[in-house]
Design a protein around this ligand. Sequence first.
Ligand code: G3P
Ligand code: MG
Length: 265
Amino acid sequence: MGRPCHTLLYKKPAREGFAVIAHRGASAYFPENTLLSLEGAIEMDADMAEIDVLLSRDGVPVVVHNERIHRATGGRGRVAHYTVAELKRFDFGYKFKAARGEQVPTLEEVLELCAGRIALNIEIKSGAVQDVVLDGIEARCLELVYRHGMESHVVFSSFDPRALLHCRIIDPSAVTAVLYDDRYYLRSQAPAAIVGHLRADAFNCSKEEITEKWIADCAAHGIPVNIYTVDDPKTMRRLITMGVSGIFSNRPDVLKRTALEAPAV
Ligand code: G3P
Ligand code: MG
């Protein structure tokens, strides 16, 4: 328990013990969860990129945040109701003038781009999680990660605790992170207890939910704690000096600069 996400990185982070995690890629500058935003994150020298994964109608893991395609494309319907070929016809870059026509990437395409270059936090979206273990989204993602030789550079996270358990049942060596959701846990439960119950490795939670007490509990148990989503340098500095292990940011360039300048803890 408590394998630091830093062991997954391709190189030593600029700030020791702290990971700059590009949230949905460098999504402040490029359409989120696209190859463009991931290429941006690599160029900005982020340590890790976070992506969201759902399943298409034909069972292919696709990299998209919302179950409905409206927010990302302006189109109608659900990701799960379209095949990959159909999803590829929608414009996932429509919000950015310079990115018009950008297609939704499959997880396979993302792995091809990222292997050997940037570690990944693959967030399995609750909408794609089922009770069955065999042939679910977790098994499909793990198979692709292995096929691209990224198993030592990927952490799986999910708001849905079933996804974490499924990953560990399929592959006991899979690295997982609890993505805290107060609908699943008692507020009285300390993060280390939750991480322990789910046999996970790290604790990810929002900047609104994190407390000094929780950070201390994680530190006492050697559990990395990563906070989402932080784009302003003031909050970044506050969290870094509180001793968090990583921050998810849509502006990985700003986070990187801030992390380098923040005083040692
Ligand atoms: O994985 C951290 C963060 O991405 C979780 O929330 O809604 O941005 O996927 P969301
Ligand atoms: Mg996410």
